[in-house]
Design a protein. Structure first.
Ligand code: ATP
Ligand code: MG
Length: 365
């Protein structure tokens, strides 16, 4: 079990006479009965000291104040107790100071529900009333919300994310804080904003998350003016939602995602039951486009299944045979013939059968 392995890891660190605790998401989710994939540890050992304990199992870390350890096939993010000193442009602090004090490390964190710790004996340590908010299912900042969000505006989106994923309420403080600071979202990179939005959109509870974003007018600050349309549509696929938002000029996507978004937007303007459209753009793109338009996906899937061919390779003839039939050398004409065959077969004007196709080719070409 993950917890047992984590406690073993804590024991290993404390045997070297350092303090170490499980902190944040894992403890929060553990109390809620939710499974986590990774475990955050905080400790008064420096990254260098941690690397000395886990010489063989350290992964290269992105963050210079922490060490990632793979221990018993679990990913541990081990972070030294710290104070965050300077925030530039309401983004991640550029300077940190290691400290030897758990309390100080906890008060720099975002939400009370993320300050719960567990020691090596499995005992919960609750210095900032995290348990109270967790039981009441409330997202509450550690200290003044406006100050927290002004330091790091990403916390606004993290608040919405936790409220969405956990189905929690935002505290009145947090609500006020969001209203006071929401303009600061402009200072964050689109990359970081997208990471949080992705987590909100992939939650089964995503509609509540979108309602929260709309309630605070964050769609405006995030420059996703189509957000309301997502509520009217029926798609719960992440790529479908981003297709509706249609902000590929601002937010980062990989090549594959860009192609899908473009195709889905095009397929949205087409008849998704038309055999030629189904053939050309495929089942996935047509289904997502159909979902967005609140069409019956079952009908689209059935229509697709009935297509005589799904691709060129399914045509019951090869180019060798075509050349032999026409007594011609290879050339560009082959591509034209194939495209003609595709269309005729898809439209049901030609049977996908070698003899029929040969007959047609000899008559037509
Ligand atoms: P999950 O891993 O499920 O996304 P988490 O709460 O573990 O949720 P992480 O991003 O892994 O979130 O961060 C670990 C902990 O670090 C958090 O629980 C929180 O205590 C603290 N933390 C993370 N990001 C911030 C931030 N922007 N400001 C303040 N504290 C933060
Ligand atoms: Mg985590």
């Amino acid at each position: 079990m993950m917890l047992e392995e984590a406690l073993k890891l804590l024991k290993k660190i404390t045997e070297h006479s350092y303090d170490a605790y499980i902190v944040g998401g894992f403890v929060r989710d553990y109390i809620l009965g939710i499974e986590s994939n990774d475990i955050d540890i905080n400790t008064n050992a420096t990254p260098k000291q941690i690397r000395e304990i886990f010489t063989d199992s350290c992964l290269p870390s992105e963050d210079y104040g922490s060490v990632t350890v793979m221990y018993k096939r679990i990913r541990f993010e081990i972070t030294t107790f710290r104070k965050e000193l300077t925030y530039v442009n309401n983004r991640k602090p550029v300077e940190i100071e290691y400290i030897n004090n758990l309390y100080e490390d906890l008060i720099r964190r975002d939400f009370t529900i993320n300050t719960l710790c567990m020691n090596k004996d499995g005992k919960i340590i609750d210095m900032l009333d995290g348990r109270k908010d967790l039981d009441a299912r409330i997202v509450n900042t550690v200290g003044d919300a406006t100050a927290k969000f002004s330091e790091d505006a990403l916390r606004i989106l993290r608040a919405v994310r936790f409220a969405t994923i956990l189905d929690f309420k935002l505290s009145d403080e947090v609500r006020k804080g969001i209203k006071n600071t929401k303009e600061l979202l402009h200072n964050l990179s689109y990359f970081r904003k997208k990471e949080e939005l992705d987590k909100i959109f992939t939650s089964p509870n995503y509609k509540n998350g979108i309602k929260l974003l709309l309630e605070f007018g964050l769609d405006k600050e995030l420059e996703i003016p189509n957000l309301k349309k997502v509520l009217d549509s029926n798609t719960s696929s992440l790529i479908g939602i981003w297709s509706i938002l249609n902000v590929t000029d601002k937010y980062p996507f990989n090549k594959n995602e860009l192609e899908l978004i473009e195709d889905i937007n095009l397929a949205m303007t087409l008849d998704n039951l038309d055999p030629m459209n189904l053939y050309r753009y495929g089942l996935y793109v047509n289904s997502v486009a159909g979902e967005i338009k609140n069409e019956d996906i079952k009908v689209i899937t059935e229509k697709y299944a009935k297509l005589a061919i799904k691709g060129k390779r399914d045509i019951d003839i090869d180019s060798q045979t075509i050349m032999k039939e026409l007594n011609k050398a290879p050339g560009k004409y082959l591509k034209e013939i194939y495209e003609d065959l595709e269309e005729k077969i898809i439209k049901g004007e030609l049977v996908n059968n070698k003899e029929e196709i040969c007959k047609y080719i000899k008559e037509r070409y």
